[in-house]
Design a protein around this ligand. Sequence first.
Ligand SMILES: C[S@@+](CC[C@H](N)C(=O)[O-])C[C@H]1O[C@@H](n2cnc3c(N)ncnc32)[C@H](O)[C@@H]1O
Length: 267
Amino acid sequence: MEEVDCELKWWTEEYGFFGDYYMEGDNSIEGYLIGQQQTLEERTNTEVEGIINLLNLKGKEKILDIPSGYGRHSINLANKGFNLTGIDINSVLLKKANLDAQKIGVNVNFIKENMIDINFDKEFDAVINMFYSFGFFESDEENNKVLRNFYNALKPGGKLLFHTDVNIPRILSGQYKEDEIRHLHSQKTLRIIDKYNPQDKRIHGAWIIQDQFGKIIRKDYSVRVYTLEEFVSMCKQVGFTSIEAYGDWNKTSYTENSEDMIIIAQK
Ligand SMILES: C[S@@+](CC[C@H](N)C(=O)[O-])C[C@H]1O[C@@H](n2cnc3c(N)ncnc32)[C@H](O)[C@@H]1O
């Protein structure tokens, strides 16, 4: 497998994984969970209902969505009356987010910033980190710093919701897809390769998008995947008091076979 160019971090706008390339690949005909065939919009609706349910939100809370990507959760939540700030490092995605928010007339405070540099102090009732958006940095110290930033951004009693569809027990028991093809609404195909390396505890993956004429664009990535135990221990270290883990949006307890890992940590 091609190595990620270390000089240019894979998650930066310049590298080109996030941006138009990501938006195209994120919208596959098969949907996100194999067998569910949910459209992107249906998936976002399910996740937003789940966020409200798991965080027990009442309607007016101040929420930080980080990283917010092209704003699918922020806009949906703001449309329901919540007070939203969305932070992402990618201006292509933020532009799309702002346009979509304008289109339906909702107000979201979208900000371009690196999640390792944010500096909020007790401002939010909830912080959401959605869809495999943690562990991007190379060292545990840096990823820890990001978690500490989330903690600092919360008011006392506020809650962090962390969500991923990648979890170690499923990877180790061979249940996690390592190589799959998805069909995109743009008529192209997306091949996703996800290889877990137990040495550095990271997934070294790639997206390979191929058009009808055979033209291929490949982008590599590398994400540190934390086990439930590791993540809970990190949460305790930064100061979270109560921590719960769920395996789906219906509040089913997390097990080693859960397809999702959703953690609610309270300050
Ligand atoms: C997997 S996407 C998820 C986005 C969104 N939460 C969602 O579910 O649609 C990860 C996002 O992280 C953003 N990102 C990557 N590195 C970042 C960083 N260092 N600081 C802020 N955002 C970052 C990317 O631009 C991308 O939008």
